[in-house]
Design a protein around this ligand. Structure first.
Ligand code: NAD
Length: 429
């Protein structure tokens, strides 16, 4: 039986926090609906102290951002984007259009069509999340989306140059500097100055994730990608120092970022607890990571690898770092996760920043029903069909009887007229 050596925050408190966020977001979105640009300006002033003449960046402003970055930073951003673009292209190439003759004279197919417009949110409250620009914008462009707009909040009172450059390099058609619910609302609902998009993508804090959730239906959303979560699955092949580093490395995302260690080694669990306290003495982001660990950190002790898989699937974590004798066992057996990081040699930070898999991943157990953002999320799989006259007459007879079974007279008439015309047959009532 799995045993908790350290428990996270209780479910009731998490629920109360969620309800508060839901109410705040509802109010802001309703106001943007009513007052458009004026509401966006007010909330940007209130939450970010940012009320520029225009939220959209001009070409000159974008160019000035390039000039503020040194050559090596530009090369690093380019390297990361190349990896993301390359893997997205490999995935795009795996999505084949199909057309098959499924019965004599019946041709069914599907075609992949990119969305016309998307809004990419790039978080920037606590850290300027440059990498999110590659993940959303570059991937949307590989998919073939025509209008890709990108938004990030101001950082230290101005547009963050590295984020702006990353958005531009990735191919964004319009770049905006605003954040939070007001950015999400403006892109989805539209204002006097911003044309609404068809889908919203990108990660963000609890407010951003909740705004996307509330707007789903009116626009598409990629997935529920809220505060970062990490699960480290480890056995006695690794040490407490490595586990502690990988837990705190993700806990630093925010004070509400869960970090969980799942292990079958009590010694490793104890060593990790000691190491976490030690590393928190020197980690520059210890204030955030330490609070996240205190409130949301967990250590769970299991008896077997089978039990570790079962508990990990229940947690359905966004990131799962596997550091065991046979990491492939978890690849073969786990069913609920955003992304797997197999072996001590790799880690979540590689995925977050550079390696090429997408870092926008499902949180709050959304991994039970979706994977992360990928090129396919920007593409609709739409079916079509055509039939020969002979096939129409044959299928029409089945259709006619099935329509009668359901009482659909109009549908039946659609089938019957074809049976008469192409099959030269009368349908008995
Ligand atoms: P953010 O850009 O998501 O949010 C900043 C905005 O939040 C601000 O612009 C402000 O308008 C708004 N805001 C702040 N306090 C508010 C309040 N009380 N009421 C209403 N709005 C408020 O940046 P962040 O806060 O740094 O969060 C980034 C988040 O993205 C982190 O939680 C991180 O874990 C998460 N993330 C998730 C993934 C994923 O794939 N799931 C990937 C990367 C990052």
């Amino acid at each position: 039986m799995a045993k908790y050596l350290k428990h996270g925050m209780d479910a009731e408190t998490v629920q109360t926090n969620d309800t508060k966020v839901r109410e705040i977001v509802e109010g802001i979105l309703g106001d943007i609906e009513k007052r458009g640009d004026a509401a966006v300006r007010d909330y940007s002033g209130q939450f970010d102290k940012w009320v520029p003449e225009s939220f959209r960046l001009s070409e000159e402003q974008i160019k000035a951002c390039y000039e503020r970055l040194d050559k090596s930073t530009l090369a690093d951003i380019r390297f990361a984007q190349d990896q993301v673009r390359n893997f997205a292209q490999i995935q795009r190439d795996s999505m084949l259009d199909v057309e098959q003759e499924t019965l004599p004279g019946v041709f069914l197919g599907h075609k992949h069509i990119p969305m016309n417009s998307v809004g990419c949110y790039v978080p920037g409250g606590k850290y300027p999340l440059v990498a999110s620009a590659h993940m959303s914008v570059a991937t949307a462009k590989v998919a073939g989306v025509k209008r890709v707009i990108a938004a990030a909040p101001p950082f230290n009172g101005e547009p963050n140059p590295a984020i702006v450059v990353a958005m531009d390099m990735a191919g964004a058609d319009e770049i905006y500097c605003f954040g939070g619910v007001q950015a999400i609302g403006a892109m989805a609902i539209g204002t006097e100055t911003i044309a609404p998009v068809d889908m919203l993508v990108g990660p963000g804090n609890a407010f951003v994730a909740e705004a996307k959730r509330q707007l789903f239906g009116r626009v598409g959303i990629d997935l529920f990608a809220g505060p970062t979560e990490t699960l480290v699955i480890a056995d006695d092949t690794v040490d407490g120092e490595l586990c502690a580093t990988d837990l705190l490395g993700q806990a630093e995302h925010g004070v509400n970022s869960p970090a969980v260690l799942l292990t079958n080694s009590e010694k490793l669990a104890q060593d990790t607890l000691v190491e976490i306290e030690k590393q928190l003495q020197t980690l520059p982001t210890a204030e955030v990571a330490g609070k996240a660990w205190e409130d949301y950190g967990q250590i769970i002790l299991c008896d077997s690898y089978e039990e570790m898989v079962q508990v990990a699937d229940e947690i359905a974590s966004e990131h799962v770092q596997v550091m065991t004798r046979d990491p492939n066992y978890f690849l073969e057996n786990m069913t609920n996760y955003g992304a797997l990081f197999l072996g001590a040699e790799t880690n979540v930070s590689y995925g977050d920043k550079v390696i090429g898999t997408n870092h926008t991943l499902p949180t709050k157990k959304a991994a039970r029903y979706t994977g992360g953002l990928w090129v396919g999320k920007f593409i609709k799989t739409c079916t079509y069909q055509r039939v020969t006259p002979e096939a129409s007459a044959m299928v029409g007879e089945y259709c006619s009887r099935l329509c009668a079974l359901e009482g659909f007279a109009g549908h039946k008439a659609q089938a019957d007229i074809r049976v008469r015309r192409y099959g030269k047959k009368e349908i008995s009532e």
